[in-house]
Write a protein that binds this ligand. Sequence first.
Ligand SMILES: [Zn+2]
Length: 95
Amino acid sequence: MDLVIYLIHSLFLFVIFKSLIALFQNSKNKDSMNKPPEALEVTKTPVIEKILVKDLECNREIDRSKAYILIKNKQEYYFCCWDCRNKYLLRHGQV
Ligand SMILES: [Zn+2]
């Protein structure tokens, strides 16, 4: 019987100990809540500058950095692939 009492007693102490820790943490949280809130860090999504250009041959919108560029009469023309570029050149004459 002594063992049972001992177990209950230790369990009781454990519960008190845990609630004391919880209380302590709560008061700590309240303290931090009283402090002026730090500036919320706005998570910035990296802005990748993606300039979309239109392929004159297949009318597809493509990323400028991945486009095939044809410079004609000081103007830039963009194409999704070399084939489109060539097709355009065939239709409109060489540079
Ligand atoms: Zn194309």
